[in-house]
Design a binder for this molecule. Structure first.
Ligand SMILES: *[C@@H]1O[C@H](CO)[C@@H](O)[C@H](O)[C@H]1NC(C)=O
Ligand SMILES: *[C@@H]1O[C@H](CO)[C@@H](O)[C@H](O)[C@H]1NC(C)=O
Ligand SMILES: *[C@@H]1O[C@H](CO)[C@@H](O)[C@H](O)[C@H]1NC(C)=O
Length: 311
């Protein structure tokens, strides 16, 4: 079997770049969450793409739009109204799963509670143990700088890191909140999903243990994507190490791209040519991580990261 598989892989490689088989991620499990709600298109696109990339995937996200709830927590309660986009009947229990796919869960509470429920109550049954990584979002709309303090998507990733699981928050410029039932082939949500998995995959391939320094998480922001933008395909994204809060001119960061001051998230996302920002932050305060933690991430993600063009 193994021999046959390697022969097949060799044969596929021999055909050339266009026939390279999709990277399998066997043994790596992902917990997905967000603050826009379990039925929002972006998180369902990420769920579908992560599954087809070979990850073992579990989704645990709020039953409603919970944008702006940051790191706040509430006790989950039964639904007194229908869940987001009529995806859950009124009167349903505080937590529940999709009728035909028991890896897709809602929690009628805040993003922090959905992450806690996913890690503490679901992961041993559905992932065979704690998730290898937590991915939150992609959020509808960017979370840059001070806005990260209020974002439920960043709050969810921070909670994951506090629970000891490497966590990444993704936020995306294009789109407005809409149901997963509106997803169409070539949708911007699939572009963002695949771009998110490029970054997560690079971390997994790096073999770093743990994937991220303890107590830190990543905040990733994507510029506009889709036809007519600089990011028409997931491969167009160029990832740049950034910082959440700018400190003009001060050499406080890891040395990279000829500088020891990383660019701000906004300046990365605002640069023409499809640049995505990647900041390492402390989960407890949502402020920039230490130089040595930035260095660790630079070492792991090095092959994926690039510099902004010199202007
Ligand atoms: C989701 O909630 C946020 C914050 O309350 C609000 O600004 C946004 O419009 C809501 N989105 C939808 C689609 O209702
Ligand atoms: C549940 O999952 C099925 C199959 O994946 C899908 O067709 C259906 O729309 C989903 N419903 C909800 C509410 O998530
Ligand atoms: C989830 O797990 C926690 C910790 O084990 C437990 O206290 C709580 O009752 C569980 N919640 C549900 C709804 O099962």
């Amino acid at each position: 079997m193994a021999v046959l598989r390697s022969l097949l892989v060799c044969a596929l490689w021999a055909v050339g770049a266009t026939a390279v088989p999709a990277r399998r991620q066997a043994g790596v499990s992902l917990l997905l969450s967000n603050d826009d709600g379990w039925a929002e298109a972006n998180i369902r696109a990420l769920y579908a793409e992560a599954k087809s990339a070979g990850y073992n995937v579990l989704l645990s996200a709020p039953a409603e739009n919970q944008s702006g709830t940051g790191s706040t927590s509430v006790t989950p309660t039964p639904l007194d109204e229908p869940g987001e986009f009529d995806s859950i009947p009124a009167g349903s229990p505080a937590e529940g799963h999709n009728a035909t796919d028991d890896h897709i869960w809602y929690v009628n509470a805040h993003p922090v509670d959905a992450v806690q429920f996913g890690v503490q109550n679901l992961s041993s049954t559905y992932l065979g143990g704690p998730p290898s990584l937590i991915l939150t979002g992609p959020n509808v709309g960017n979370n840059l700088g001070i806005v990260t303090q209020f974002s439920g998507t960043v709050g969810a990733a921070s909670e994951g890191a506090k629970l000891g699981i490497p966590s990444i928050a993704f936020s995306a410029a294009t789109g407005s909140e809409r149901s997963y039932t509106e997803l169409a082939p070539g949708d911007y949500s699939y572009i963002y999903a695949q771009a998110s998995l490029r970054l997560a995959g690079a971390l997994v391939q790096s073999g770093a243990t743990p994937y991220l320094p303890a107590g830190t998480a990543l905040n990733v922001n994507f510029p506009a994507a889709g036809p007519g933008t600089d990011c028409a395909s997931p491969e167009d994204f160029k990832f740049v190490l950034s910082r959440v809060y700018s400190v003009l001119g001060l050499p406080v960061d890891v040395q990279t791209c000829g500088s020891s001051s990383l660019p701000s998230e906004s300046s990365v996302v605002g640069t023409d040519g499809c640049y995505a920002s990647v900041s390492v932050f402390k989960a407890s305060s949502k402020t920039d991580a230490s130089k040595s933690d930035q260095q660790t991430v630079l070492n792991s993600l090095g092959a994926l990261l690039t510099c902004l063009p010199n202007d």
